[in-house]
Write a protein that binds this ligand. Structure first.
Ligand code: ADP
Ligand code: MN
Ligand code: MN
Ligand code: MN
Length: 365
């Protein structure tokens, strides 16, 4: 055992009633995850028992120095896989964000940019609740060597052999970082995240985990906490986590976050008809969705490497070059779910899930 693994495994949680709560929130770039810890007098089972807290928004590019306090509201609790015992991870939302520049509108009010807040509004709409929207998110990511920011397993300054053997591959020359992937998988299960699987990806050093099916806003909560846990594990491993949609330019696959989706009526007999209608609505709002599906997604959605061109919307059964894919199973059963293949790996799951629900359930063309 190394000193590091001894420290990581230090578990003294049986020695006191007090617990440690790690409050987690999203920083100013919209993809950076921040957290800080506090002591609480005893075990907690519901977020409503937790105190609100605050942080210095001027240090996360979310506020000006002279009015920097941002209040965070506990939303969901997970068991802490690092500290274990009764210790917890707490995912939070803020009442509002004061964005770095143009922080105030002319009336002096803070600008509302809190993505979870808006998503929760959509998911509390009575039509949306009645449809019980399920989401299965396939989160792809790339592991980079810390000092050179080049994928792990790749020769520094050079390239591995062409893609082909790496997807779901096995062996020291094909799978790079499996220990990290597996530690993350177990840690998510421990934490109470509805993680449904993992696999090695087409580009070496790239991996995927899936969350779901999860209902409504909980999909976004779970993806964010799963991302947080992954970044903590890569931190221990001394590897850098990247959600860049196209981490290496050229003939290498990008990284996406395919979002699988169904409603109660899609899952019921004859639901394929409902799916077709929903896809028709997504097509009409293609531009709006593309604007919200992740920074730099245009570098990924080229029409090559199992993607559709960002400027066109198309769908098909079993078509991995489509914007939206319907599975063979769904076609055969005439009910089921579909896959929106457009979101990039760095998308905000609150934005993507709520937008899909809004377009397909609430919006009328
Ligand atoms: P792919 O074949 O595209 O690689 P994956 O197996 O990686 O698909 O991911 C499929 C995801 O879809 C999983 O997260 C799974 O939980 C989710 N899923 C399965 N059934 C449904 C459904 N009815 N509605 C929404 N998501 C679903
Ligand atoms: Mn997948
Ligand atoms: Mn994949
Ligand atoms: Mn997929």
């Amino acid at each position: 055992m190394s000193l590091l693994s001894d420290l990581v495994n230090l578990d003294l949680s049986g020695s006191t009633e007090k617990i440690i709560a790690e409050y987690i929130w999203i920083g100013g770039s919209g993809v950076d995850i921040r957290s800080k810890a506090r002591t609480l007098p005893g075990p907690v089972s519901d977020p409503s028992e937790l105190p609100k807290w605050n942080y210095d928004g001027s240090s996360t590019k979310q506020a000006r120095g002279e009015d920097s306090e941002i209040i965070i509201h506990p939303q969901a609790i997970y068991k802490d896989p690092f500290r274990r015992g009764n210790n917890i991870l707490v995912s939070c939302s803020y009442l509002y964000l004061q964005v770095m520049c143009d922080a105030y509108n002319p009336q002096g009010d803070p600008i509302l940019t809190n993505k979870r807040h808006n998503a929760a509004k959509i998911f509390s709409h009575s039509d949306v609740i009645a449809e019980e929207p399920w989401f299965g998110i396939e989160q792809e990511y790339t592991l980079l060597q810390k000092d050179v920011k080049w994928p792990i397993g790749w020769p520094i300054g050079g390239y591995p052999g062409p893609q082909g053997p790496y997807y779901c591959g096995t062996g020291a020359d094909k799978a790079f970082g499996r220990d990290i992937v597996d530690a993350h998988y177990k840690a998510c299960l421990y934490a109470g995240i509805n993680i449904s699987g993992t696999n090695g990806e087409v580009m070496p050093g790239q991996w995927e985990f899936q969350v779901g099916p999860s209902v409504g806003i909980s999909a976004g909560d779970q993806v964010w906490v799963a991302r947080y846990i992954l970044e903590r594990i890569t931190e221990i491993a001394g590897v850098v986590l990247s959600f860049d949609p196209k981490p290496v330019h050229g003939d290498w696959n990008g990284a996406g976050a395919h979002t699988n989706y169904s409603t109660k009526s899609m899952r019921s007999d004859g639901g394929f008809d409902v799916i077709r209608k929903a896809i028709g609505k997504l097509e009409k709002r293609h531009k709006e969705h593309m604007a919200a599906y992740g920074e730099g997604n245009e570098r990924r959605l080229t029409g090559k490497h199992e993607t559709a061109d960002i400027n066109n919307f198309n769908w098909g059964v079993a078509d991995r070059g489509a914007s939206v894919r319907v599975g063979r199973e769904t076609e055969k059963a005439n009910k089921g779910y579909f896959e929106d293949r457009r979101p990039s790996s760095n998308m905000d799951p609150y934005v993507v899930t709520s937008m899909i629900a809004e377009t397909t359930i609430i919006w009328q063309p």
